[in-house]
Design a protein around this ligand. Sequence first.
Ligand code: GDP
Length: 473
Amino acid sequence: EGMTVVELAKRTGSSVRSLQEIMASVGEKVGSEFDPITIDVAELVSTEVGVNVKRLHSEEGAILKPRPPVVTVMGHVDHGKTSLLDALRKTAVAAKEAGGITQHLGAFVVSMPSGASITFLDTPGHAAFTAMRARGAAVTDIVTLVVAADDGVMPQTLEAMSHAKEANVPVVVAINKCDKPGADPERVRIQLGSEGLPLEDLGGDVQVVEISALTGTGLDKLEEALLLQAELMDLKARVDGPAQAYVVEARVDRGRGPLVTAIVKSGTLSVGQYIVVGAEWGRIRAIRDTLGRATELAGPAIPVEIEGMKGLPMAGDDITVVGSEERARMLSQGRRKKLEQGRLERMSQENQEICAEEGDDTDEAPQRVELPVIVKGDVQGTVQAVADSLRSLNSPQLFVNIVHVGVGPISQSDVDMAQACNACIVGFNIRSLPSPISTSAKKANIKIFLHRVIYHLLEEIGKLIVERAPGTA
Ligand code: GDP
């Protein structure tokens, strides 16, 4: 919309000429450098020159409407994040009307009697939050920090606080388990205050609510607090025009193919549109709300399930609407090429590290724990993505060694290989495990993880690492 090649050259730090060459190579008409080019062409071209020009879209002059807040629940393990999400999901008024059956889509909406609503991301924990952030998806507006009243502030409480602070996302504290005999909410307040969280009671602006996820006490207060926080933030979004959205979760359904839970940031998605999602593309065949009802359109901050992707994207990937199938294909191709390049670079770097390690025989060097992993999955794109996210766990203390990557079901030869190199097996988007394989894996004491959601996988692998090598994760 109005951006010229000259402007794009300035933004990407490339020459007008090189941009025009790229335009020609993808079949775009090349006119004067002062001719306006569309956003998707601009993005396509900038992707090609290796610059991520996001937010090209100008929100100037657009009509903004209030939107619900998107909330993530964080806190220390066992402090009640899952229980809180379960309890909140049950208060979703509409869900009750529909018979209380909600599918797990990675997000749900609580509608208040006042007409206001709150969108909760249904993946507790920090892995989800950081993974989304790492991909540039600033989806969360507010963090609900769960702290157990009987346990108080713990390491992951502090971690959550710093994640929220870094991301510049306000916190609402939920002191949970207030039903317990040993509950001491006052102590939690003092602890949080002394950790530098400016609580309301102490003259700050961070609200604190006492709740019990178990009995449901205080959930209404929490919802009110979240809405109040949202009001203070004056959350608004452009409703008209092309959508900018993010993937919250992606999975494959046997009959319907890849399914993506998306949250629109601005604009409106509609059935029939071509979209590019991360390095994948598709045409929206159907949109469903979190209760499974078909709809034609999806507006800001309301999670929806999208059907029609050609491949499986990853959580945190951005969704861009493009004008045609050709555009969609080209853009996804460009991105895929870039991903592949990055992957090759990381792999060669990793190989160098391994070689360096092998040459180093001194006992004094701190031991780097190795976790050999075999990755199997439904399609090539997925297994690569899974392998990449596992590699991202690497640190000076930990080496996730992907010994084998393959497409298809987990077989006896995978189990044999796992036994030979003391590896665990990860099956992503794999329907089931044949019982003979499961039996022989058990016999050989080989861990097999079957997952459809990358966070769940990473969390479980994280646990395994802690088990095998305390102190590395
Ligand atoms: P998460 O690890 O943070 O997701 O914690 P969970 O939701 O799995 O809860 C950990 C344990 O605390 C479970 O046994 C829950 O039943 C229990 N729990 C969670 N919330 C409450 C609560 O409000 N009151 C009591 N008494 N127990 C709770």
